[in-house]
Design a protein around this ligand. Sequence first.
Ligand SMILES: [Zn+2]
Length: 535
Amino acid sequence: MNLGRTVNINPSSSQFVIYSSLIITLVFNYPFISKVYESVQPNTLWEWVFFISIPILLTLINILFVSVFGAVFFPRITVAFTFLVCVFLFYASVVYGVIFDSSMLQNIVETNSGEAFSYLNISFVLFFILLGMIPVFAVLNQEIKGGFTSRIKKLLLINLVALLGIILIAGLFYKSYAAVGRNNKGLIKHIIPYAFYDAGYKYLRDTYFYPPLPYRVLDKHPVINDFKPMQPRTLVIVVGETARADKFGSNGYYRNTTPNLQRLGAVSFNNVTSCGTATAVSVPCMFSRLPRKQYDSRIASSQDNVLDIIHRAGTAVTWIDNNSSCKGVCSRIDTVAFDPHRDPTLCDGDFCLDEILVNQLNRTLKEYSSSNRVVVLHMIGSHGPTYYRRYPESYGRYQPDCPRSDIQNCTAQTLNNTYDNTIAYTDYVLGKVIGLLANVPNSAMLYISDHGESLGEKGLYLHGFPYKLAPDEQTHVPMVYWDSNLGNTAYKRCVAQRVDNPYSQDNLYDTLLGLTAVNSVTYQANLDIFSPCKI
Ligand SMILES: [Zn+2]
């Protein structure tokens, strides 16, 4: 049976464009329209008329869009392609509450195949067949009536009507549109597929069309100061992944998810915020001199980051990756790249468990004889949606967990159990790191997560929400510090006094310079968390 023939209505060119535009508005933009409804809350007749004008306006814009982008020559292919793009965006929006802006897009482009395939599950396949394949087959099987000239005439007419309609609605409701837009800045990002096309355009422009910036050396001659007693000679920086501050037992979570960190005397900073809500933003940003508010990936990638400065000063710096990549941060330093085939006991071909970082750290610590060294461990941490693949079965402490990737179908309890298991496993790995460092005199570990995660709160899942609109769950990150010098009572007291202070990833650059005793013209002591504690 041919699915398309069963709904073959042989439309004219204008009918075809109108029907397609209505489907884009009423089906694929259902999340946008319902968000508008929440924002407008129409009561009076005028408010209702305004609210109803919004889907009409969107349909008219769709008519122009579908026409301009090929409906004249390739109507069916244009509409089928648009539907396919829409169904992906619609799924992400309805199921995970994800919005596509340019940083989200960057995050997707820079993801690896293991991560990308983890979204493939039976819910997505069903969704894709029902709202993607069936409509697309139906579209491709339509015979559009009329010869070329009559099709053009009809299209011109419908576009003229659409244009007049847009002018009429804009004239009548201009003030209301401006007010709703001003008060709900994120609303426009929900429009499918235009927000995605706009983000795509910006991403391509910034990545491929802007000429590359000349590389800027921020400090030609950083030097290592004489070490003060409280400055570690070996520093391990652990970049966490998708860990939420409120899920750490050491930050007061009702479950003790961090027994190892607490037993080993690590200090937990409980009021730290991230730079972005996605790896591709947060990781380069946290090592960059640029503060969050001025962060620009193009500038950050073409100038020194703090690891470059520390390296230039004469410290051995190594980046060990168990995530997709270091997002450009390790371009100029020694790197042990992510390899999902590194170890058959800890890797499954797509991912490796984070314990692999401990083994590699052990090797690196033995290799380097330099008196000053920094090792960065980049974890896979709590990366979703396949949280259950972040910890070995024996580490599934909270049960029942939810061993599936379509996490929206887990109950809140099982989803939180799974996620809490990833935190408990992170605690186990950090405990192992500290265990290694306990044998290295004058050493320290600083752990900070790149961003948090939504686990169904406010209808949102995963991360990557536009920063200004993002909930705390995505921006409030754990930061943990362990130092062999915490045995010094005065130092420990000074550090402990700072755990409730509001810090952010903007503090990392100077804190790392301070910890590694690097004297640089780029250093700002007021941002160094531990500068008042150095004796
Ligand atoms: Zn991340």
